[in-house]
Design a binder for this molecule. Structure first.
Ligand code: KIV
Length: 292
């Protein structure tokens, strides 16, 4: 399906859109937080990927991905840290700017890194304002349920949409004892529900549920009026979100069990790099057609 006024290969030229738009907004118009609400009401699944740069954001936007999260997972995927803890606001701002510049349709969500919002609501607001002012993002995300409710409320009151994030929250991985599934058992499921209700009540427009059992995620999804977005929380959530480098086979090493890989880009790039090296060594590149 071709959309004449978006995604032109060269100015004015229609470009093939890879997939007809679906998910939160069925047109090429910009996805807004009201589309998240409507998707939940209509039972339409919302689709998100992380993105950390202009080129990947352009591709995902053209493909009709509803929202792009400039996650602090950039700590692992861009900066090579072992955890997300060292990531700073100053590191994420230029990445978020690149993503926001690339998109025509997707909602861009800026992740607030560890140490930039926990102290109090004022600190959270200050950081959220920096992201909104300096990057062009449309919303922010922060981790924590009941413990972050005041921060969410203050940021939302200032007119900044907040995506919440509960269950396994990577910024607390040491406190949680590692990459451990959350919301297990009766008490775990009750705490998850309390956290979910707290962020909804504080004004979050959506909530990420990371690494929780499907049945606990189902209970939260049925209890809330805002959409739930699964990162390893099973099929009953209102949408799905994955870290793009895991999803596209760019990540070398272990990937979480819940990830389905839709491509093997690391292998493709490596083969291409080997072919290039061999062509240069043999003189096959550059060929006459590559000369001016
Ligand atoms: O930073 C990130 O990529 C995230 C998602 C895993 C939810 O927070």
């Amino acid at each position: 399906m071709a959309f004449p006024d978006t995604g032109s290969a060269s100015p004015g030229e229609p470009r093939e859109v890879v997939a007809p738009y679906g998910g939160a907004s069925t047109s090429q118009k910009r996805v807004r937080i009201r589309h998240f609400q409507k998707a939940k009401q209509d039972g339409v699944k919302i689709v998100g990927l992380t993105s950390y740069d202009f080129l990947s954001a352009q591709i995902f936007d053209r493909a009709g991905i509803d929202f792009l999260l400039v996650g602090d997972s950039a700590g692992n995927t861009v900066f090579g840290y072992d955890t997300t803890l060292p990531v700073t606001v100053d590191e994420l701002i230029p990445l978020t700017r690149g993503v926001a510049r690339a998109v025509k349709r997707a909602l861009v969500v800026a992740d607030l890194p560890f140490g930039s919002y926990e102290v109090d609501a004022r600190e959270a607001l200050h950081t959220a304002i920096r992201f909104m002012k300096e990057t062009g993002a449309h919303a922010v995300k922060l981790e924590g349920g009941e413990r972050s409710a005041e921060q969410i409320r203050r940021v939302v009151e200032a007119g900044i949409p907040v995506m919440a994030h509960i269950g396994f929250t990577p910024q607390s991985e040491h406190g949680l004892g590692g990459h451990v599934i959350q919301g297990r058992g009766e008490r775990g499921a009750e705490q998850l529900l309390r956290d979910a209700r707290a962020v909804e009540e504080a004004g979050a427009f959506a909530v990420v549920l990371e690494m929780v059992p499907s049945e606990a995620a189902r209970a939260v999804t049925e209890a809330l009026s805002i959409p739930t977005l699964s990162v390893g929380a099973g099929p009953h959530c209102d949408g799905q979100l994955l870290v793009w480098s895991d999803w596209a086979g760019m990540t070398t090493g272990r990937i979480p069990k819940f990830v389905k890989q839709y491509a093997q880009l690391a292998a493709t790039l490596e083969q291409a790099a080997v072919a290039f090296r061999e062509d240069v060594a043999s003189g096959a590149y550059p060929a006459p057609e590559h000369e001016y």
